[in-house]
Structures are given as C-alpha cells and as structure tokens.
Design a binder for this molecule. Structure first.
Ligand code: SF4
Length: 336
C-alpha cells in the first residue's frame, strides 16, 4: 500500500471511529505541531520564492481588496514545477475540502487559502470534535476587543494557518476541562461595571460551541445585553452563512455582538490593523449584518449578496508605530 492509500485507510478508520465526514483527519485533533514546522523550517520561503507567491501581496496595499485578490492569485501561481496550492497540499497537508462544493460560491476574502485547511460546510462539527477544554483564561485585558474584557481561549483549531500565533493550542486536548466552577468564575468576573464583556478566542470558538453556548446563555440570563460578546473565528462570515453550516455555529453567532472573521494570511499581515493580524480579516457587527440579511430576504433578494456590516468604531493605525517613533525622535533631534 502506498502512502496515499495508507492515508485513505486511516481517514476512513477515523471517520468510522468518530462518526465524522469523509476526509476528516484525526491528526487535526491530536497533533499541535504544524506540519511545516516538522519538516523544513524554510520550506515556506522556498515555496514563495519560485513563483513570487505572497511577496507581491505583501507589498500591494494590504488593506485593500486588491491586496486580498492578489494574495488569492498568488496561491495559484507556480513555484517550481507545481502550482503553489498543490505544492502546499503535498508538503504541509493543507487541503481545500470544499473545492467542489457550491461552485462559484463566494467563500469570503482570501478563501480558499493554500496555507490553511478550507472546510466544507458542516464538515467540522463541534458536537463531535470539541473536548470541552479551556486552553487559557485572562481577566481584565484591554487587547481583545473594546474596553476591559475577560478572554476565554478554547482548545483546538483544525484550520492550521501558516504562522498561526496560537499553534500551541491547535490540539483539542490542550488546557483544562471546562467545569461549572469555571463557568461561575466567568460570570463573577463580568460583574464589575468597568468590564465591557467577554471575548472568545482560541483555538476555534465555532468548534467549541458546547462550552461557549452554555457560557453565552448564562451571560445573557445574568446580564441581558449589558455585557457584550466578541468572538474571533477562522471561518469567514460567508462560510458561516453557507447552506449546511451546523446549527450550533449559527446559534453561537447569534449570541455574539462582534465577530472577527477569517484565517490569518501571512502575505496580508499588517501590524497597523486594529484587532486583526491580516487585512482579509474583518471586524463585523453581527446584529447589523444579520438584520441586513433579513431585510434583503424580505425584499426577495439573495441574502448572500449582502456584505457583512463592518463595526462602525473600527480605526486602523495609519503608521507603523516603530517607524512613527523613529521619525518623531529624529525630528526632535533636528534630524528630519
Ligand atoms: S484560525 Fe486562528 S487559531 Fe486557527 S490556525 Fe488560523 S490563526 Fe490559528
């Protein structure tokens, strides 16, 4: 049996064992080490050097849709003899599982991305994948959304974006069990009037809905809408709106106020962006976006033709801070 046949048999065994969709790779659950780190640490550089993939996108006004389009195009250019997407699949195991689903469907900015996994609608199901584990919990932080907040990092993420900041918690078994005592601590920590709300990060919140729906319901019972809920997900808004999305994801989305969506795309990385790592990601006002979809539906329009509504307080930096400091210092020292 060759490697491919071995992998297929393994997939099939895992599918039977976990009753998951074909193509699911148990390795996504169990192994926190990115495939590209296990192999050649410079392999990604070699990949992009041949076909200039990524580099063009990095310099091409990363905050614009043009940048996103160029990054998408870059992943289909050639590096050596193979297209980048194929080579990424071969070298790092990233796969576009949804390539043949809903032909022509807009999956959101930058997606499919060659250096992450791209799931079909409903392929990954929290009700089967989540181990109900909390990787980390941080109280009274000011970096994970507006105001002072408490952040819950859930365990497990099968997207495996290149250079993910939190690759150490890709494993669904990372961290500690979710317990009633933890749930109560989250509620108690929200009581101070200066705490604006809670933030869900990971790991992948949409694949830990058994835990997060429980917490969200408890928050709404206890505080109504006086505390807000922010959520970072690797799914794009459009992917969450696809027919076939599991109902728990839709339910969690409905509990959120703000969604930061999309994979981290290295070629679109920009340190000036507020609350995002790369410019394909968006800070979405969930309530307004859902209302816009409902309105379109009432008018007989396709709700998927309506773009999500961006948070109206969004403000990205115009200058890179280190550069700005250097210029200001040079000016102060008469060297401008
Ligand atoms: S979706 Fe987020 S947590 Fe998951 S691999 Fe990508 S960057 Fe990391």
């Amino acid at each position: 049996m060759d490697n491919k046949q071995n992998a297929d048999v393994f997939d099939e065994e895992m599918r039977r064992k976990f009753d998951l969709m074909p193509g699911f790779d148990k390795d996504f659950q169990a192994d926190p080490t990115p495939a590209f780190r296990k192999t050649d640490p410079h392999a990604m550089d070699n990949l992009t050097a041949g076909g200039q993939a990524g580099s063009g996108a990095q310099t091409a006004g990363a905050t614009s849709q043009t940048g996103v389009a160029e990054a998408q195009a870059a992943t289909s250019q050639t590096a050596g003899s193979l297209p980048v997407r194929e080579k990424a699949e071969k070298s790092f195991g990233h796969r576009d599982f949804a390539a043949h689903d809903l032909p022509g469907y807009n999956r959101g900015p930058g997606i499919p991305y060659a250096f992450s996994n791209n799931p079909r609608a409903g392929q990954w199901d929290a009700r089967k994948m989540s181990a109900n584990r909390i990787a980390s919990y941080k109280r009274f932080v000011v970096t994970d959304g507006e105001g002072i907040r408490n952040s819950i990092y859930v365990a497990g993420c099968p997207f495996r974006c290149q250079n993910c900041w939190n690759a150490s918690i890709w494993d669904f078994q990372a961290g500690h069990d979710f317990t009633p005592a933890f749930e109560q601590a989250v509620i108690d920590d929200l009581r101070p009037s200066y705490v604006e709300g809670v933030t869900y990060l990971g790991g992948e919140p949409m694949l830990n809905t058994p835990v997060l729906l429980k917490i969200s319901n408890h928050i709404r019972q206890e505080f109504g809408n006086t505390k807000n809920i922010w959520c970072w997900t690797g799914y794009t808004w459009e992917e969450l709106m696809r027919p076939g999305t599991t109902p728990d994801k839709t339910a969690l989305l409905g509990m959120c106020d703000i969604l930061i969506d999309g994979r981290f795309i290295e070629g679109l990385k920009d340190s000036r962006l507020q609350f995002r790592g790369s410019s394909n990601q968006r800070v979405i006002d969930v309530k307004k976006s859902l209302a816009a979809r409902r309105e379109a539906q009432e008018q007989g329009l396709d709700p998927n033709s309506v773009a999500p509504v961006i948070w109206d307080k969004l403000h990205d930096q115009k200058r890179v801070i280190a550069e700005a400091y250097r210029k200001d210092r040079d000016a102060g020292e008469g060297r401008d």
